[in-house]
Design a protein around this ligand. Structure first.
Ligand SMILES: Nc1ncnc2c1ncn2[C@@H]1O[C@H](COP(=O)(O)OP(=O)(O)OP(=O)(O)O)[C@@H](O)[C@H]1O
Ligand SMILES: [Mg+2]
Length: 244
C-alpha cells in the first residue's frame, strides 16, 4: 500500500531523513519509535506533503501512485489521513462543519456530489456512537479550548468519518494521559480493517499495549536503524536507545 524507498528529505538545506525504507501493507499496523529530533514527525510531514520539506532523493508510492507528484490535498483525497502532534484551533468552525467540509472535499475529488444532510447526520451519529462521543461535542469550535484528550477524541472521530486507507498518527509527547492513550488505541482498534493501514508514532510502549503493532521501527538520526515486532518496543522501554 505504502512503499518508501531511500527517502532523503530536509528543510532549509538541512538533511533530516537520510535514506528511509519502509513498506506498509494493507491491514497492517506499524509503529515508529525513537528519540526526540530523530525525524519521526518529519517523515509523516513528508508523506502528507507538508510544504517547507524538500525531498532530495528516493520515492514514496501509495497504491501505485507517485505521492511526491501529488499536492497535499490530492494525497488526502487518495486516502491518507494525518493527525497532528500540535492540532490547530479554528474558532467559529464546529467539529461537525469541519468534518462535513473534509468529507465533501474528498467526494468532489472523486467526482461525487456533496453528501446530503441526512446521510452526513447518519454517518456522524453512527461513528459518534461507535467512539462514545457526546452530541454537544460536535457543535464545539474545532480544537478551541479542547483538552488533550478531547483533541485526541476529535482526531479519531475525524478518522472514523473520513475512513482513510492510510492513517498517520503522530502521538509524540504532547502529554497524553492514560485516558487519551486509550481513546486513540480504542479508536484505532475499532476502525482497523483488512483494507486499511495505520502508522503510529509514539514514545510510549504503553500505547502499544493497546494498539498491537505488526511491526515496530526505530528511527534515529534520519534512519530506521532497527525493525522488529512488538517485543522490540518492550526492549526499547527497558534498554533505551543507546544500544542501537
Ligand atoms: N520546520 C523546521 N525547521 C527547522 N528544523 C526542523 C523543522 N522541522 C524539523 N526540524 C528539525 O529536524 C529534526 C527532526 O525533527 P522531527 O520533528 O522530525 O523529530 P521527531 O523525531 O518527531 O522528534 P519528537 O520525538 O521530539 O517529536 C530536528 O532536529 C528538528 O529540529
Ligand atoms: Mg515529532
Amino acid at each position: 500500500m505504502l512503499s518508501i524507498k531511500n527517502l532523503h528529505a530536509g528543510i532549509d538545506g538541512k538533511e533530516i531523513l537520510k535514506g528511509i525504507n519502509l513498506e506498509i501493507k494493507k491491514g497492517e499496523i506499524h509503529a515508529i519509535m525513537g528519540p526526540n529530533g530523530g525525524g519521526k514527525s518529519t517523515l509523516s510531514n513528508v508523506i502528507t506533503g507538508r510544504e517547507d520539506y524538500v525531498v532530495t532523493d528516493g520515492s514514496i508510492y501509495f497504491e501505485g501512485k507517485d505521492l511526491l507528484e501529488l499536492a497535499p490535498e490530492e494525497r488526502a483525497n487518495a486516502g491518507i489521513f494525518m493527525s497532528f502532534q500540535y492540532p490547530v484551533e479554528i474558532p467559529g468552525v464546529s467539529v461537525s462543519n469541519f468534518l462535513k467540509a473534509a468529507v465533501n472535499a474528498n467526494r468532489k475529488a472523486q467526482g461525487l456530489e456533496d453528501i446530503s444532510a441526512k446521510e452526513f447526520l447518519k454517518t456522524v451519529k453512527e461513528k459518534a456512537e461507535l467512539l462514545d462521543i457526546k452530541k454537544d461535542f460536535l457543535s464545539r469550535s474545532l480544537n478551541e479550548g479542547f483538552s488533550g484528550g478531547e483533541k485526541k477524541r476529535n482526531e479519531i472521530f475525524q478518522m472514523a468519518v473520513l475512513n482513510p486507507k492510510m492513517t498517520l498518527l503522530d502521538e509524540t509527547d504532547s502529554g497524553l494521559d492514560i485516558d487519551a492513550l486509550r481513546i486513540v488505541a480504542h479508536g484505532v482498534n475499532k476502525l482497523k480493517s483488512p483494507d486499511n493501514a495505520v502508522l503510529v508514532i509514539t514514545h510510549y510502549q504503553r500505547l502499544l499495549e493497546y494498539i498491537i503493532p505488526d511491526f515496530v521501527h526505530v528511527l534515529i538520526d534520519g534512519k530506521i536503524v532497527k525493525s522488529g515486532t512488538k517485543e522490540l518496543a518492550l526492549e526499547l522501554e527497558e534498554k533505551g536507545y543507546d544500544w542501537l
